[in-house]
Design a protein around this ligand. Structure first.
Ligand SMILES: NC(=O)c1ccc[n+]([C@@H]2O[C@H](COP(=O)([O-])OP(=O)(O)OC[C@H]3O[C@@H](n4cnc5c(N)ncnc54)[C@H](O)[C@@H]3O)[C@@H](O)[C@H]2O)c1
Length: 263
């Protein structure tokens, strides 16, 4: 992009996250950036934004913002990066697959970055990891039970979640498995693992809690640099209770930073 020109952004996916990102870009709320168009699976005649095919988007965008899920990231990431466009991902749990992660690593000249999404503290965790490594990180996520039901769960597990009257531990294990088993709910585990550069160091505990009107992520980490504890409680998106309402705003913050860096 030439210095001084607008940063052209394409939005992949138009659900709870993508619709807010697209609307805010279209309204001009990110200085120096504009919405080039949205990339949908199927055309939507009612949508007010220009709709682009993926090839068209790659010809016209400096940045594609993925708001469409891990499968969509898998489908499009390498092609986007090879086209020279940058890619800002929401669904970085897909990078738990080492084969896909290696393909993305090898792709370019576009650059991949990941949103902090629903959590904070990643800069400090990254610094601590760089200083002396992180010995251990525990991410505890607490969400409403209905948002955690997965297609692979058996009927008994589903019933247990649907009728829970107190917190139920749904998962405890490594970050990579968490991001793969709960692809719409535990991208935060991947964000932490990517920040500390070590998937093995991160353990995830997932609680289905009928009292969790706010989605909570608690990150506890320790290593030679110190001991850290961050707790985030986000209201769910009104459009998708699996997603925290803050996530599109985290993406918009990153888009603003990227646009500023180019001016
Ligand atoms: N990093 C985080 O903190 C965080 C938090 C919440 C969600 N997420 C990720 O963001 C994703 C989107 O969340 P959401 O709440 O907006 O979901 P959503 O279901 O409301 O919207 C997703 C939209 O993407 C569209 N889509 C799916 N595949 C597509 C494709 N190949 N091309 C174009 N569009 C496609 C769907 O039709 C849908 O409209 C989640 O699946 C999750 O992976 C990340």
């Amino acid at each position: 992009m030439a210095a001084g020109s607008m940063y052209r952004v394409g939005v992949l996916g138009h659900g709870a996250i993508g619709s807010v990102v697209a609307a805010q870009l279209a309204a001009g709320s990110v200085e120096g950036a504009r919405l080039e168009g949205v990339i949908l699976r199927r055309p939507n005649p009612e949508l007010e934004h220009e709709q682009l095919g993926i090839q068209q988007a790659l010809e016209r965008c400096d940045l594609v913002v993925e708001c469409a899920g891990q499968q969509a990231l898998r489908e499009h990431a390498v092609r986007i990066l090879f086209s020279g466009a940058d890619l800002l991902a929401s669904s970085m749990g897909a990078l738990a697959d080492p084969v896909f992660a290696a393909q993305v690593q090898a792709a370019g000249p576009g650059r991949l970055s990941c949103t902090a999404g629903a959590i904070g503290g990643l800069d400090l965790l990254g610094a601590a990891a760089r200083m002396g490594g992180i010995d251990q990180v525990l991410v505890t996520t607490r969400k409403l039970p209905a948002t955690l039901v997965q297609p692979w769960m058996d009927a008994q597990r589903r019933r247990e979640l649907e009728h829970a009257i107190s917190p139920v531990e749904v998962f405890r294990g490594p970050a990579a498995a968490a991001a793969q088993d709960f692809p719409k709910s535990l991208n935060v585990a991947a964000a932490v693992a990517l920040s500390v550069g070590d998937w093995e160091a991160v353990t995830v505990r997932l609680l289905a809690d009928p009292a969790a009107d706010l989605t909570e992520h608690r990150i506890e980490a320790r290593g030679p640099a110190g001991e850290y504890c961050f707790s985030m409680k986000n209201y769910p998106s009104p459009r998708n209770p699996r997603t925290s309402g803050i996530v599109p705003w985290a993406l918009l913050h990153s888009i603003q930073q990227a646009a500023d860096a180019r001016r």
